[in-house]
Design a binder for this molecule. Structure first.
Ligand code: CA
Ligand code: CA
Ligand code: CA
Ligand code: CA
Length: 290
């Protein structure tokens, strides 16, 4: 996880105390950006107010895989693996303070509030890209080959086991249409129009149609209408697509306590981090049974 960029949406400044005392804490993180670091088995989100020397931090346990898809993730605070800390210091901590396996000796913690109860919510938004050089609408629900991967992140749109990037030719705005039927090869299940689907102009030993060449002078059989040898290939090749995920974090019903005083926060808006996680998803779509 990298490419940290953070923005603060808004901050909540409501502090209350059950015995009515006025707290010297400010609980002000309005101008502090959300940051994070990864510990051995946990993820720590934090905000630092460098003016008032205070920090708000949340530790959660989450597998990296959960950030590869758009989802709303809820984490119940339990006081052991998932919890919040609100601290004040003699001087402001830096980002390295929060994921140290050995608690740093400085800065000195003046007040330490711990919240073992509440609910943290992470809204993950993942944007997919199949890198197939076709400009595709990520709002579209079109799934040409009905393999469960929408066209905008399906690197083989027509499911013929020849990736789109290798079917469009040199000009994405004028993609190759071998049989001239008006459907470009990357959307045509039978590229040469010989009646044998491209996927089936391959062999069981090598399901890549590009490698099945009877006449080298013409090229692969799936682009040679004179060759009509059919071998049923009833599976798809492994697909890959990249993702870039951003997160929005908020916490509800947190009750902070330092043993003497309590601070209740019904709603804590931590803000967001764009480009929180990037990666590549590999998936072999199930072959549809018809
Ligand atoms: Ca698809
Ligand atoms: Ca294809
Ligand atoms: Ca065609
Ligand atoms: Ca052929």
């Amino acid at each position: 996880m990298k490419n940290l960029r953070a923005f603060v949406l808004l901050a909540i400044l409501v502090s209350s105390c059950d015995d009515g005392d006025v707290l010297v804490t400010s609980f002000n993180f309005e101008d502090a950006s959300l940051q994070f670091c990864e510990g051995a088995s946990s993820l720590v989100f934090f905000k630092i107010n460098t003016e008032s020397n205070e920090s708000l931090s949340l530790q959660i346990n989450a597998e990296d895989a959960v950030f590869a898809e758009t989802d709303s993730l809820q984490f119940a605070l339990d006081g052991t693996t998932t919890f919040l800390n609100y601290r004040t210091y003699n001087t402001a901590p830096d980002a390295g303070y929060f994921c140290n396996s050995i608690p740093p000796t400085s800065p000195t913690v003046l007040q330490d509030y711990f919240a073992p109860d509440g609910t943290a919510t992470l809204l993950v938004t993942a944007v997919f890209n199949d890198n197939d050089n076709i400009e595709e609408d990520i709002e579209s629900t079109l799934d040409t080959d009905m393999d469960g991967l929408l066209d905008y992140y399906d690197f083989d749109d027509d499911g013929d086991n020849v990736p789109t990037a290798q079917e469009i030719g040199g000009d994405p705005n004028n993609p190759i249409d071998t049989d001239g039927d008006g459907t470009p090869n990357y959307l045509d299940k039978d590229d040469d129009g010989d009646g044998v689907p491209t996927r089936n102009e391959a062999t069981k030993d090598d399901p890549n149609p590009q490698n099945n060449i009877t006449d080298p002078a013409v090229g692969a059989d799936y682009l040679n209408p004179e060759i009509e040898v059919e071998t049923p290939i009833e599976f798809y090749i492994e697909h890959s697509y990249d993702f870039v995920s951003s997160v929005v974090l908020f916490v509800n019903n947190a009750v902070f306590s330092n043993g003497e005083e309590e601070i209740t926060q019904e709603s804590l808006d931590f803000g967001n981090i764009t480009n929180f996680a990037t990666g590549t998803t590999l998936i072999t779509p199930a072959f549809p049974t018809m």
